[in-house]
Design a protein around this ligand. Structure first.
Ligand code: AMP
Length: 280
């Protein structure tokens, strides 16, 4: 596995690849089996698989966890080497951002909803870094987790709108045995807390069952989900949403299994912010 740390080296590496297909998985590190599943999919579909590990400061708000975000670069390198990654791009923030930078990628509609309402700068930060990484790596395919559903939807839209010749491959959410979605932020939780955090998935499954059973009233479903989550001490709800996957607008009273629906939520569990979702 080649490790590349600078933009200069990366462009040199990229210029030597002319005929092979490149699959790219961007990450922020603290890698777990969810990240590795994206890479495995890339390995199946592409000649060359590469990964970036970059804790992107631009997507964190002032009172968020940039300074405490889990980092373990040596472990990460071992893990991606084991799954057969060909190239890892591990830049410093100075390689990606310059104090004189005055451009950003912004989106004005979908990015203002759901996560964007709670974290107003988040998607500008994500889209800007992903655009820069796409420009540098120039992959044929890029792998993103459905765990971050709104991010995936926005990146698909960015690729369409900005005419990037890149295929975005959505990848299933990988979960712990108890249903908890794997996340780097789960490292903030101890084993008992991780076990208790299964109520998040239980709430999502409850909603799915009600919808499949024909329940159309989203308020009723959301109330039931809230009850399940708050039955566990230490939880606070940031939001629970049942939205149309195209517009990310709430579906109020006309839920149907025939319409693509995203049930998503963000909760605080002992101040750790966790997100999860299911698509119906
Ligand atoms: P992050 O390092 O959190 O920015 O995540 C990097 C990529 O891994 C994103 O496309 C995430 O959606 C994806 N990812 C994170 N957790 C999971 C998971 N549990 N299952 C599948 N993909 C995931």
């Amino acid at each position: 596995m080649i490790i590349i740390k600078t933009v200069h080296e990366l462009l040199k590496w990229r210029s030597l690849i002319t005929t092979k297909s490149i699959g790219f998985t961007p990450t922020m590190g603290a890698l777990h089996d969810g990240h590795l599943s994206l890479i495995q999919q890339s390995k199946k579909q592409c000649d060359i698989s590469c990964v970036s590990i970059f804790l992107n400061p631009l997507q964190f708000g002032e009172n968020e966890d940039l300074d405490s975000y889990p980092q373990n670069i040596n472990e990460d390198i071992k893990k991606i080497e084991q799954v057969g990654v060909d190239m890892a791009f591990i830049p410093t923030a100075d390689e990606i951002y310059n104090k004189q930078d005055s451009f950003m990628v912004t989106e004005n509609i979908l990015s203002t909803r759901l996560e964007g309402e709670s974290r107003p700068h988040f998607f500008n930060g994500v889209l800007t870094v992903v655009a820069k990484l796409f420009n540098l790596v120039q992959p044929h395919s890029a792998y993103f987790g459905m765990k971050d559903a709104q991010q995936l939807i926005l990146i698909q839209k960015m690729v369409q709108n900005m005419k990037y010749p890149i295929t975005i491959i959505p990848c299933e959410t990988i979960r712990e045995k108890n249903g908890l979605a794997m996340s780097s932020r789960n490292q903030y939780l101890n084993q008992t807390q991780r076990n208790n955090a299964k109520v998040i998935y239980s709430a999502l499954m409850y909603a799915k069952e009600l919808i499949i059973g024909g329940e159309k009233d989203s308020q009723k479903i959301k109330e039931g989900m809230k009850k399940i989550i708050l039955s566990m001490p230490g939880f606070k709800i940031d939001y629970i949403s049942i939205a149309d996957t195209n517009t990310l607008l709430e579906i109020e009273d006309n839920i149907s299994i025939n319409k693509e629906t995203l049930i998503s939520l963000a909760v605080f569990f002992n101040d750790v912010r966790l997100i999860d979702n299911i698509w119906i």
